[in-house]
Design a binder for this molecule. Sequence first.
Ligand SMILES: [Zn+2]
Length: 152
Amino acid sequence: MNNPSQRLSAHFTLAEMTHSATAARKGIANVLTPEIERQLFLTADRMEGVRALLGDKPISVLSGYRSEAVNKAVGGSKTSAHRTGHAVDFICPSFGTPAQVAAHLAKHLTSYDQIIEEFGQWVHVGFGPQKRMQKLTAKKVGGRTVYSQGIG
Ligand SMILES: [Zn+2]
């Protein structure tokens, strides 16, 4: 249980799906429950599909699961899909920019809740149960996050 080197799927480990640079810096534990761990296996499996769609190029996970304390520390939304282990923020530089990655996934990925190009810096993909198939772009406007329809 909670062995960080544990493999969730061929290319994703528990360590990367629970890592938080902010939490590490602030000494906050990203507490995992067995239920969340089970969900992370499913999310990692969906991320294998994302990786395949991006030509099997390496993906860097910036943020996966966030405990309540970690989510608070990074300023995440209370209803964030990261809280339940359903969402991943990532980059895939050898495929392209976050906007290019998000646009490609918006065209080809099936059965997801949200694809968000966030601040031109990374892609958020959510696999929550609502399956809204939302395609959004997030920008900071006057310090607030504003979402617009579509990618880019
Ligand atoms: Zn996210």
